[in-house]
Write a new protein. Structure first.
Length: 159
């Protein structure tokens, strides 16, 4: 695989954005690692890095404040589509997210948006099923103290 551009597709609101400023640090058949600055300036964070776990439907991002201190780990559940001719990957955000704070608190967010997307036929039954299974897998790793496996790629690269 040779990906040169990544798109982020959102369901609510409906949009597809080229992550033109993301820098692909590493890629193989299992993961793609990027580093980036926020698309829109934020007061709470300014930059981060992400690891796309291609077979697991999970994206794990390490979110930093402007002073380079860790704010939290942000985990998206999604699906990946590849265009080998255009060397692009599209990550479709399936709405369910998990935030892991440095002190260990875990917060699951946006399940109301996931329900709304299903009610409004914005996602398929298959996407909902995949989202819930991948969310369960992620939470199982976190609750069994195996989240470090998902953190390892970013940490080993010094990101």
């Amino acid at each position: 695989m040779n990906i040169s551009r990544i798109y982020r597709k959102r369901i609510i609101p409906s949009e597809s954005i080229l992550l033109k400023d993301d820098i692909i640090v590493m890629q193989n058949d299992e993961v793609i690692v990027t580093k980036w600055n926020t698309l829109n300036p934020k007061t709470t964070f300014s930059h981060g890095c992400s690891c796309f776990f291609l077979s697991e439907g999970i994206k794990v991002s390490k979110i930093y404040r402007s002073d380079n201190t860790l704010l939290y780990w942000y985990c998206d559940i999604g699906e990946y589509a590849f265009d080998p001719e255009m060397h692009t990957m599209t990550f479709t955000d399936l709405l369910a997210d998990v935030i892991v704070y440095p002190e260990g608190t875990v917060e699951v967010t946006d399940l109301d948006e996931l329900a709304e997307a299903l009610e409004r036929d914005l996602i398929t039954k298959e996407q909902m099923t995949s989202c819930l299974r991948n969310l369960n897998h992620l939470l199982s790793l976190i609750y069994r103290d195996k989240f470090d496996r998902l953190q390892a790629h970013l940490n080993s690269l010094g990101l």
